[in-house]
Design a binder for this molecule. Structure first.
Ligand SMILES: CCCCCCCC/C=C\CCCCCCCC(=O)SCCNC(=O)CCNC(=O)[C@H](O)C(C)(C)COP(=O)(O)OP(=O)(O)OC[C@H]1O[C@@H](n2cnc3c(N)ncnc32)[C@H](O)[C@@H]1OP(=O)(O)O
Ligand SMILES: NC(=O)C1=CN([C@@H]2O[C@H](COP(=O)(O)OP(=O)(O)OC[C@H]3O[C@@H](n4cnc5c(N)ncnc54)[C@H](OP(=O)(O)O)[C@@H]3O)[C@@H](O)[C@H]2O)C=CC1
Length: 515
């Protein structure tokens, strides 16, 4: 049977969300491991004052593409950006571009989405559901399309404990919801959102579930694969270990803990932390594209792309390894020494928020005010609390995913493809992965230099000394106040001092005798 790289040779591939975290890794891997691929058409929008061409050429300059650049300095010739705003009618693709795409595209990878948990429902619906429908409409006009691969999330059905590789009935008929929200004012939609999303935690998981149904509806007309990754983390091996470029999901939490800002978070020590490296997700995605096109399964195949059932690792273990990794490789200019603890106890967490977040923030802001600077720590903590408040739902419980299709797919790969497009999560060594992940956040998210580690360690020692001095002064102060006010405290103090004195005299006397 044709190998994965041979299948992609000469193919025209359409990718949405190519400027995002996963999209970039997909583009890189396709160019590197399938060098004979014909053209990658990327649907991109202009953003933040940059044209889509500028954005794509900036993306190609990124370190992620170093290995591709080495192999083929002209790789950019294979990339064709197509201007598209997915929330606009017909995806705002020009008629000429539609013509071009419909005549040549062989496979589509739909990665674009809003992954914000607090996205207003209307916007999440527009991008995650309506844009998906429009892309499916475009796909049906394509004359040579062989596969449509939709990236969903393992949490689309997080209102269930056990999740099979099937598409569950939608909470509401997507078309009906779209029609009824169309005429409503934003404020009304905001008010009814909690009722609509029901037992799902946010608009993201809700709209991703609806998107799956929209995709499934077209499965009689198109060959479809749906990938459901769990929490996508830094790369495991490719193109190099630890690559990550954003604060989403656990990355922001790791960084906040490494900077010594985050000291407490609600999470269940014993719950499975279903992280999966981005390179494994992309390898599976490309393999699923190949399988869908070559085997043309009758129904849409869903791939739960998770680690928990096969190679489980828990939040308690993550905490331990993240903390020890940041102690070995500290981040620059930490606010305090890294020491974050997770707890599932609400009251305990609130207590530590008060003592370890709000109190130090207050003192630091006071110091900033007194030295004529703008206070900022409380603001940072408020934002952090908002972010982790949205993540706690996922770190406080665990789910069981069936991953038969992932195993089936692996069994269809040749030994060579199994190496090149490796998604065998049994091979993950978690402590090593977490170490590289933390180093990755330092190098690629914060752009810190590894040569600064000795200075960062020195800074942590300074923070430790400040803490010791502060604690000692605090203790002495409290004690002084106590002694001044209470006769009992004075009596205890004199008793302890005289006891120490007696012990000292005894040891001195006994040491003179032995000499
Ligand atoms: C010691 C370790 C202990 C272990 C415990 C680990 C716990 C980890 C727990 C559980 C992870 C589970 C996750 C489940 C995943 C499901 C899977 C998926 O399918 S999709 C992917 C998930 N999607 C998201 O992660 C979007 C989350 N982000 C948002 O919804 C928004 O960004 C939000 C509400 C957090 C903030 O929104 P705004 O409008 O206030 O601000 P804005 O512009 O987005 O960001 C403001 C600043 O905060 C940083 N930031 C963003 N997210 C952060 C975060 N999670 N932590 C820290 N900083 C973050 C940003 O980079 C930005 O920084 P600047 O101002 O540019 O310097
Ligand atoms: N990250 C994770 O942990 C997980 C992600 N997923 C899924 O994987 C997919 C990719 O996620 P990830 O790469 O992390 O997300 P990112 O937020 O990094 O990327 C989102 C992409 O979608 C594009 N996009 C957003 N809005 C529009 C728009 N209106 N028009 C055109 N393009 C748009 C963005 O383009 P622009 O640069 O212009 O904003 C960007 O390229 C998503 O479908 C997500 O649901 C699933 C499980 C976990």
């Amino acid at each position: 049977m044709v190998s994965i790289a041979d299948y992609y040779a000469g193919k025209n591939v359409l990718i949405t969300g190519a400027t995002g975290f996963m999209g970039k890794v997909l583009v890189e891997k396709l160019l590197r491991s399938c060098p004979e691929v014909q053209t990658l058409y990327l649907l991109v929008r202009a953003k933040a004052g940059q044209s889509m061409q500028e954005r794509v050429s900036d993306m190609m300059k990124c370190k992620l593409f170093d290995r591709v650049r080495e192999d083929n300095p002209d790789f950019h010739q294979k990339i064709v950006p197509i201007s598209s705003e997915l929330t606009q009618p017909a995806l705002a693709i020009s008629p000429e571009d539609v013509e071009r795409l419909t005549s040549c595209v062989n496979i589509i990878f739909h990665c674009a989405a809003t992954i914000r948990f607090d996205e207003p429902l209307k916007h999440a619906l527009q991008l995650n559901v309506m844009a998906t429908q429009q892309l499916l409409n475009l796909a049906q006009q394509m004359h040579h399309l062989q596969a449509f691969i939709h990236i969903s999330t393992a949490y689309a059905n997080c209102n269930r404990r056990h999740i099979d590789e099937i598409i569950y009935p939608p909470p509401v008929e997507p078309k009906k919801l779209i029609d009824s929200l169309e005429w409503m004012e934003d404020s009304i939609v905001r008010d009814i959102t909690p009722r609509l999303i029901g037992d799902r935690p946010n608009t993201y998981t809700y709209t991703k579930a609806l998107a799956e149904c929209v995709v499934q509806k077209e499965s009689s007309k198109l060959s479809i694969g749906i990938i459901r990754p769990s929490i996508v983390g830094a790369s495991w091996q490719e193109p190099f270990p630890g690559w990550i470029d954003n604060f989403n999901g656990p990355s922001g939490v790791f960084i906040a803990a490494g900077k010594g800002i985050l000291r407490t978070m609600r999470a269940n020590n014993d719950a499975v932390a279903d992280l999966i490296p981005v390179d494994m997700v992309i390898n599976l995605t490309l393999a699923a594209g190949w399988y869908t096109a070559v085997h043309r399964p009758k129904a849409a195949l869903v791939y739960n792309c998770t680690t928990g059932g096969i190679n489980p690792f828990h939040w308690g273990e993550i905490e331990h390894h993240v903390m020890s990794s940041f102690k070995r490789n500290p981040l620059e200019q930490a606010f305090r020494r890294p020491n974050a603890n997770i707890t599932s106890n609400y009251l305990m967490n609130q207590y530590w928020i008060l003592v370890s977040h709000k109190f130090p923030a207050l003192i630091y802001d006071l110091y900033l005010r007194l030295s004529g600077q703008k206070p900022q720590m409380m603001r940072i903590f408020n934002r952090l609390h908002k972010a982790i408040g949205l993540l706690e739902y996922f770190s406080s419980q665990d789910w069981e995913w069936n991953s038969e299709n992932m195993n089936m797919l692996m069994s269809h790969l040749s030994p060579e493809d199994r190496k090149t497009f490796n998604f065998d999560v049994r091979q993950l060594n978690w402590p090593e992965y977490i170490e590289n992940y933390c180093i990755g956040t330092k190098k690629y998210v914060l752009n810190e230099d590894m040569s600064d580690i000795p200075a960062a360690r020195q800074h942590l020692r300074k923070l430790r000394n400040i803490r010791y001095t502060f604690n000692t002064l605090l203790l002495v102060f409290i004690w002084r106040v106590f002694i001044a006010r209470s006769q009992m405290a004075r009596n205890i103090w004199y008793f302890v001092v005289s006891l120490c004195f007696k012990f000292l005299s005894y040891f001195r006397a006994s040491s003179t005798l032995t000499n």
